[in-house]
Design a protein around this ligand. Structure first.
Ligand code: 13P
Length: 249
């Protein structure tokens, strides 16, 4: 049985003060939500404050990015050791915005996964095709390459700690959600591909989240698909009541 995960990626939104107010508003709304893991990913500046604020709640915290080295002369970067020290439990790796604007590659995704696992952070690994890739019939090829290169050389044990997020780039921030059928089809392909890299039983246990314009009014249809194990949400995760209704889908 795969336990659902509902995760909010705040991207570059919320000051420390706004983050704390968000947690205070969200916590009572998800107090009884025992059916899924609840994750919020604030910007680095608010991560420690959020971890403190979620004590005693069912909410867990994630970073949005990491570096693969433990420390070093890498101006502006944050290591997985530093993230783990805050008490955060997850780290988003390979988000399409990082791939598109900040030079993230399948190779850096692979290194970052290794670094996260070293300190027991759960990697939330994002993959997804662009609109032109989908229109050219390249979706499966792109997903397969992102998985093969991003997860290269991982052992079954290492892989068992990973969560995959399928985020078609054309659905992110566009209001153009993948239909539950399109998302489920991609999830089936991803799971089938994982079963060729790792054991079939591990692939069947891997949680695969959908991301891309998930909103309170479309999450039910997505979560009704047995292949979809949760959601990674941007815009609709920024307001406590909206995120709570996603958690309580
Ligand atoms: P939106 O939900 O705003 O489309 O963003 C999705 C996303 O990128 C989550 O990581």
């Amino acid at each position: 049985m795969r336990r659902p995960v509902i995760a909010g990626n705040w991207k570059m939104f919320k000051t420390v003060e706004e983050s704390e107010a968000f947690i205070d508003a969200l916590a009572p709304l998800v107090e009884d939500s025992t059916h899924c893991d609840i994750v919020v990913a604030p910007p680095f500046t608010a991560l420690s404050a959020v971890v403190k604020r979620i004590q005693g709640t069912r909410i867990l915290a994630s970073a949005q990015n990491c570096h693969w080295e433990k420390e070093g002369a890498f101006t502006g970067e944050v290591s997985c050791e530093m993230i783990a020290e805050t008490g955060a439990r997850y780290v988003i790796i390979g988000h399409s915005e990082r791939r598109q604007y900040f030079g993230e590659t399948n190779d850096t995704v692979n290194r970052k996964i290794g670094a996260a696992l070293r300190v027991d952070l759960t990697p939330l690994v994002c993959i997804g095709e662009s609109l032109s890739e989908r229109e050219q019939g390249q979706t499966e090829r792109v997903l397969e390459t992102q998985l093969r290169e991003g997860l290269a050389a991982l052992t079954d044990l290492q892989f068992s700690h990973i969560i995959i997020a399928y985020e078609p780039v054309w659905a992110i921030g566009t209001g153009r959600t993948a239909t539950p059928q399109i998302a489920a089809e991609a999830h089936r392909f991803i799971r089938g591909t994982l079963a060729t890299f790792f054991s079939a039983s591990l692939a069947s246990e891997t949680r695969i989240l959908y991301g891309g314009s998930v909103k309170p009014d479309n999450i039910k249809g997505l979560m009704a698909q047995p292949e979809i194990d949760g959601a990674l949400v941007g815009g609709a995760s920024l307001k406590a009541d909206s995120f709570a209704s996603l958690v309580n889908f």
